[in-house]
Design a protein around this ligand. Structure first.
Ligand code: NDP
Length: 399
């Protein structure tokens, strides 16, 4: 049906490319472009035989002129941005310059400020409307599927939603003493930041990892969960009318947190450059270089993820609770596409979001968060493309 340009060649990109190639009727041709051409080639060479034509290119996605030239040359219908959050704005600029649609899985974060917010990308809305093109923000798992779960709950299960708890559990074991499941820099910046949640129209800040509970997850068991700030909270607080409280929780093992504490205490998680042997280096960049590459965790990781949302609200005048979640198996994901479940759970929704845009099912000019669209075709596609969801009407609630 059409051509897509996929930018970035990491763990998530590997999944997106594989899943697009499983759907050649929608994705007839792919250009996979990233900073390091060899990584694009490696993904291309790992693909099973498919009808989709795949070509590769080298591009610096911080450089709008380079991106614009690549888009003009390849003429895609849309760009799937699975590089890093730092590249969001330059890629959106290039989409505006060339009139092609845009999709990403993580919101913009300035490289020198550890603060992710939608304001920079939302500021592009009018320009996208005028250009007649669409940007779909946050089409990964969280944000992404969790946001669609909220739209689904509102459409089918509640007249009004009072509270939302988003629970992200990873019970995978890769056998290393310490490694991050996706880009270490993004991951560590996220969890060493202050926590926050939305309640009664206000943002309440907490010290990093200061709020802890335990939860007994379906298919995974009892895990420690910690309250974090997470980007979908910002848009959901606006887009789920009347919601009183939204919180985000993630599992961390005691071993993981002990390593993290030590690394923090010795200054290794800092993004402030220091002078080392005469040249400035960012400690967190150095740490990333010595940690296992997330892509290398795939063949070693066993166990499952469980990510979902627990809702409390009102239906037909009566209180109601609802839990919708997906369980993804690391080894099954690896066997299918050569990436573990963290990349899989992000890459599949990116492909689904792109598919709905390519088919015109989700298409409106402007910059839009994913929960503003009809959730039904996306929920249906999750079941058909590897991330089936399950539901419970009597979940244990978090206090
Ligand atoms: P990786 O670090 O594995 O891959 C990032 C890729 O982007 C690398 O190939 C990297 O190139 C490339 N890249 C970085 N800078 C540039 C640049 N200037 N120009 C061109 N290419 C560049 O990350 P992941 O695959 O794990 O994550 C991809 C995205 O998905 C991130 O934005 C992440 O935040 C997001 N994500 C979203 C989740 C969700 O649920 N919503 C969950 C997990 C991730 P090189 O190889 O040369 O370094």
């Amino acid at each position: 049906m059409g051509k897509v340009l996929i930018i970035g060649a990491g763990g998530v990109s590997n999944v997106v490319v594989h899943k697009c190639c499983q759907n050649p009727d929608v994705f007839s041709e792919i250009c996979l472009a990233s900073r390091t051409l060899a990584k694009c080639e490696a993904i291309k060479n790992s693909l099973p035989p498919a009808k989709t034509i795949v070509r590769t290119a080298q591009v610096d996605a911080d450089n709008v002129a380079e991106l614009t030239a690549l888009i003009n040359d390849f003429q895609p219908v849309m760009v799937i941005n699975v590089a890093l959050p730092y590249q969001d704005l330059s890629i959106m600029e290039a989409c505006l310059a060339t009139g092609v649609h845009y999709l990403d899985t993580a919101n913009y974060e300035p490289p020198d400020v550890p603060k992710f917010e939608y304001k920079w990308q939302w500021a592009y809305h009018d320009r996208f409307v005028r250009a007649g093109i669409m940007a779909l923000l946050g089409s990964g798992f969280d944000p992404g599927v969790t946001s669609v779960f909220c739209a689904h709950a509102l459409k089918h299960h509640f007249d009004s939603i009072e509270t939302i708890d988003i629970l992200d559990a990873n019970a995978g074991d890769h056998g290393y003493p310490f490694a991050t499941n996706f880009n270490p820099e993004i991951n560590i910046r996220e969890i060493t930041a202050k926590g926050s949640y939305y309640e009664d129209g206000q943002w309440i800040e907490t010290e990093p990892l200061a709020v802890k509970r335990t939860y007994d997850f379906p298919e995974i068991g009892v895990k420690d969960i910690y309250l974090l700030h997470h980007e979908e909270l910002e848009s959901l607080a606006l887009n789920i009318p009347g919601v009183r409280r939204i919180r985000f929780w993630m599992t961390f093992s005691e071993k993981y947190l002990t390593h993290l504490r030590v690394l923090e205490n010795v200054g290794m998680t800092s993004i402030e450059p220091i002078l080392f042997e005469g040249r400035p280096i960012v400690p967190l960049h150095f740490l990333k270089a010595v940690l296992p590459d997330p892509a290398s965790l795939g063949p070693r990781t066993k166990g499952k993820t469980n990510i979902g949302c627990i809702f409390r609200g009102i239906k037909d005048g009566r209180p109601k609770t609802y839990y919708v979640y997906n369980v993804c198996d690391h080894e099954a994901a690896y066997a299918e596409v050569g990436s573990q479940a963290i990349s899989y759970t992000t890459g599949v929704p990116a492909m689904i979001g792109a598919m709905l845009m390519m088919k015109g099912i989700w298409m409106k000019p402007g910059v839009h968060n994913i929960e503003t669209f009809d959730p039904d075709p996306f929920m249906d596609a999750l079941n058909r493309h590897g991330l089936p969801w399950q539901e419970s009407f009597a979940p244990v609630l978090l206090d």
